[in-house]
Design a protein around this ligand. Structure first.
Ligand SMILES: [Zn+2]
Length: 296
């Protein structure tokens, strides 16, 4: 059989192309922030506290959740993953048991705390082990930043740590693609951000949780990660409008009074202050400074 000349040319081009190396896939850049209260299998505050009963088990469970997510990300293709320890002294993950393909940020003297390292170069952010905001009924170990904060509002919207971090990621143009924690957290966060959610446990009370086995949670996280990556192109960063109006309510009037030393800080009532920041880049370290270092 004789091929017409143009077909022969097309066939030779196709053969030539098949020998060219495939263009390497650009690695996906994923930022993972890991808190501890919302990790599956953690059912008491003791497990989240250095020196507390079963804290070591808590660290293993926390590390296991990160590894389950990381494994699912690499199944999808090449990736660059930055993991930021986001609980307490931020030295909880067992680094040598973490998937060796990730880069890990440890320690808590960092201006951006739970979002340290998150910038516009990332394709998506994942929040693991998260909890409901301060004062949420039944929220397992619910708080916002520290025990001195009774409420935090950004542009009139009440947020917890998840909401605050989603605002920061949003300003960087990075969508939150997956978040995991107790049922009160996933319900609360799901109202603010549309992303994959994994409910790691059901809160019985603010101090007691109904637990699934860690292995079950890790499988659910892997499955949710796969789904999040399939839908990555559709994921939208959280929209933040500037300036950012911050309102914070504290457990003591002293806290609110001491903060009046900061120019621009207004007293709303005995427990509550407000401040206007130009953007989240400015607001985030400011809020962290207030809840972490201003004591009353
Ligand atoms: Zn927390």
């Amino acid at each position: 059989m004789k091929f017409p000349r143009y077909q022969l040319i097309l066939i030779s081009v196709a053969i030539a192309l098949s020998f060219l190396p495939a263009t390497p896939q650009k690695p996906l850049r994923i930022f993972i922030s890991v808190d501890m209260e919302g990790i599956g299998g953690i059912g008491t505050s003791e497990m989240t506290r250095h020196g507390g009963k079963d804290y070591e088990t808590g660290r293993h469970l926390m590390t296991g959740e990160v590894n389950a997510v990381v494994e699912a990300i690499f199944e999808n293709g090449p990736a660059e993953i930055l993991v930021n320890d986001s609980h307490g002294d931020m030295q909880n993950l067992l680094h040598q048991d973490l998937d060796s393909r990730v880069i890990y940020i440890q320690g808590n003297i960092k201006p951006l705390g739970m979002v340290q390292g998150l910038d516009e170069s990332f394709d998506g952010a994942i929040f693991l082990g998260y909890h409901a905001r301060a004062g949420t009924a039944r929220g397992f170990l619910a708080h916002t930043g520290s025990g001195s904060v009774k409420g935090l509002w950004l542009n009139g919207k009440e947020v917890g740590e998840g909401g605050l971090n989603a605002h920061y990621a949003g300003e960087q143009g990075v969508p939150v693609i997956l978040a995991a924690g107790d049922d009160v957290f996933t319900d609360q966060f799901g109202r603010l951000v549309k992303c994959e959610l994994v409910t790691t446990k059901t809160a019985e009370t603010a101090q007691v949780a109904r637990l699934k086995h860690g292995e079950v949670v890790r499988q659910e996280l892997a499955e949710a990660t796969r789904k999040a990556l399939i839908n990555l192109k559709k994921a939208k960063p959280f929209k933040v409008s500037n300036p950012v109006k911050i309102k914070m309510r504290f457990s003591s009037t002293t806290h609110a009074e001491v903060l009046q030393a900061i120019p621009g800080m207004k007293l709303i009532d005995g427990f509550t202050v407000s401040y206007e920041a130009n953007n989240m880049q400015e607001a985030y370290p400011f809020i962290r400074l207030i809840y972490k270092y201003v004591k009353s």
